[in-house]
Design a protein around this ligand. Structure first.
Ligand SMILES: *Cc1c(COP(=O)(O)O)cnc(C)c1O
Length: 463
């Protein structure tokens, strides 16, 4: 499989190169040159397989010959061994035809682990083979950073530096980033919001001299390998509900558009998805885009679902590429306009967007009410992000004979304050995370300033 940039000005790469580089040099994101197809019998044959076996079959066409069959099987086995559920991503029934896809059984309690644990193993295998080293710099609204630090801590060939917005992540998220003792992982608390962190990260990628000097690599959801890893659970869950003989709908709580884009990829590959619903919190640029056809940035308002407090949804660029018939020049122009505040979608692009997706938003009050309602009706204690999904899933329910799967993207214990204020119950951390609140923290405070950041990273990187 070849990978091309959404801006059309970077050379084609193979999977391994796309994975290691993250962002393309023309500022675009890598996407596969075509969507691999899975036939109805191939999808039907996934029924009853282990998560790792489905993952192998779904991802093989994307990775090509980067890893041998045995290598890739070993990578998958190690990646998911640390999940605290034998199904890895179990499906729970919450009413007659509504389900919750529990993606929070990984080591840091959020769905980011599903992709990050895999990327950790793939980077390790690839770098060991070449004898190279890289410096991974990531920006996080909370969950990506903890997942990356867990996945890469202690690995020889990588240093990991994570930027998070100071004061805007939950205490559990912060402690997951600041308490690991391995010397190759570093947490930086940056002044500003997540969009600022992401913007500085992009600046570093666009500074080619710096990029070379530290052998910069990215594991944000701009990294294709992350999106790819997330495609798998749309297959496992849909097949367990009767696909390909039956259609299934999904509601995905959305921030950076990575997870919902993975669902779109599954659909492009042939998975019979009926409706694909984008669920946003009060930072609802994506919902407004579907409603009004304009993609306009407003300021970010902090919410109780902080991992979705985003206005620049990086992966939306990947969708735009398809909506504009894979014309890199059209995407380049739209992204320039977004830099200046926003853009209007063309009539054709908007019609396509609306034919693929539905959307809804969820206010703070509605999110809290949904957490307590779900507890009363189903016994499930949801994190605020997952509650945004179940609420929007109800609002956008559609044909009741089609199963609706809402994604539960984090464990309630990752956001204990919001869950306690909604229900009166303070969710306990699972046993494997006991002691998190007692461990000493290690963090460096940094200004929202490119030069200052580069200096800190140059000092920490062991290249
Ligand atoms: C990252 C995250 C999201 C948003 O996912 P995107 O891929 O950025 O759209 C939703 N919920 C939780 C808990 C997250 O960590």
């Amino acid at each position: 499989m070849k990978y091309i940039s959404t801006r059309g000005q970077s050379p084609e790469l193979n999977f391994e190169q796309a994975m290691l580089s993250g962002l393309a040099r023309d500022g675009g994101l890598y996407v596969p040159a075509e969507w691999p197809q899975m036939s109805k019998p191939e999808i039907a044959a996934l029924a009853g397989l282990s998560y790792e076996d489905v993952a192998f079959r779904v991802m093989k066409p994307f990775i090509g010959d980067t890893f041998s069959v045995d290598e890739f099987r070993g990578i998958l086995k190690r990646a998911y061994a640390g999940f605290h559920h034998s199904a890895r991503v179990p499906l729970a029934q919450i009413s007659s035809n509504d389900y919750l896809l529990e993606l929070h059984h990984g080591p840091t309690l959020a769905f980011k682990d599903v992709a990050m644990q895999l990327i950790g193993q793939m980077f390790e295998a690839s770098l060991k083979r070449s004898g190279k080293r890289v410096t991974i710099v990531g920006a996080t609204s909370g969950d990506t950073g903890s997942a990356a630090i867990d996945a890469f801590k202690g690995l020889d060939s990588v240093d990991v530096i994570i930027l998070y917005p100071h004061g805007r992540v939950s205490e559990v998220q912060r402690r997951q980033m600041t308490t690991p003792t391995e010397s190759n992982v570093h947490a930086l608390a940056m002044d500003g919001d997540f969009d600022d962190c992401q913007a500085r990260l992009k600046d570093m990628f666009n500074d080619f001299e710096f990029r070379e000097a530290v052998q910069l690599a990215g594991v944000n959801s701009i990294n294709w390998a992350r999106v790819m890893a997330q495609v798998v659970y749309f297959f496992t869950s849909a097949v367990s509900l009767g696909a390909p003989h039956r259609k299934v709908s999904f509601t995905v709580p959305t921030g950076n558009f990575g997870d919902i884009f993975a669902a779109y990829v599954a659909k492009r590959m042939g998975l019979p998805i009926d409706r694909l619903v984008i669920a946003t919190n009060q930072n609802d640029i994506l919902h407004r885009t579907l409603q009004a056809g304009e993609h306009l940035k407003k300021g970010v308002t902090p919410s109780i679902s902080p991992s979705m407090d985003i206005q620049v949804s990086s992966n939306f660029e990947r969708l735009l590429f398809d909506l504009y018939d894979r014309e890199g020049s059209a995407v380049t122009q739209l992204m320039d306009e977004l830099g200046a505040g926003g853009f209007n979608l063309s009539q054709g692009a908007l019609a396509k967007l609306r034919s693929e997706f539905d959307s809804g938003n969820c206010s703070e009050t509605e999110t809290s009410a949904e957490i307590s309602e779900m507890l009363a009706q189903t016994g499930e204690l949801l994190c605020p992000h997952s509650a945004v999904a179940t609420k929007v899933a109800k609002d956008q329910r559609g044909d009741p004979s089609v199963p609706m799967v809402a994604l539960a993207t984090a464990h309630a214990a990752k956001f204990p304050d919001a869950v306690e204020s909604a229900t009166g119950i303070r969710p306990a951390l699972p046993p494997h995370m006991a002691g998190l609140f007692e461990r000493p923290e290690r963090v460096t405070r940094v200004a929202n300033d490119l030069e200052a950041l580069k200096a800190v990273i140059l000092e920490r990187s062991r290249i």
